[in-house]
Design a protein around this ligand. Structure first.
Ligand code: FES
Length: 142
């Protein structure tokens, strides 16, 4: 089974709301990893993950730290040119990329944690993991 990366706890995202996070994916030219902005949205007790890259021009939905939800909490919105997306399917129903969709990310809820899976992250810093959940690295010389 793919590794699970805990991103936040279930109660940290309200119903009909979404939060954005910037993770670090393994890879990149120098092997140091690449920034990977994502969105996790919630509808009832279901959680949905998407890459935070608008299908219109590839920009992050919430520009300059702006909310990725519209002000009434009905849909995800791209603050650049106003594309609007369903919070569960990620489909754009209005705006310049209507008919396209956000790239989904597999989400697993595990013991109160909202986790992503199916990817390899470069590091887990900033993912709100308690220390006890971090893998221990032992360096030995020979
Ligand atoms: S970049 Fe999102 S609507 Fe243009």
């Amino acid at each position: 089974m793919d590794e699970l990366y805990a991103i936040c706890q279930t109660f940290e995202i309200d119903d009909n709301d979404a939060r954005s996070f910037v993770l670090k994916k393994a890879g990149g030219e120098d092997g140091e990893g690449v920034a990977w902005p994502i969105i996790i949205s919630r509808k009832g007790n279901n959680y949905y993950g998407f890459e935070n890259a608008c299908p219109h021009q590839g920009l992050q939905l919430g520009a300059g730290g702006a909310e990725v939800m519209d002000d009434e909490g009905n849909f995800l919105v791209c603050r650049h040119h106003g594309a609007q997306f369903d919070i569960d399917s990620g489909k754009c129903f209005s705006g310049p990329c209507q008919g396209k969709e956000l790239t989904p990310i597999a989400i697993v809820v595990d013991d109160g944690d909202v986790c992503i899976t199916g990817v390899e992250l470069a590091e887990e810093d900033g993912l709100d993991l308690p220390d006890s959940d971090m893998p221990e690295v032992v360096i030995t010389g020979d």
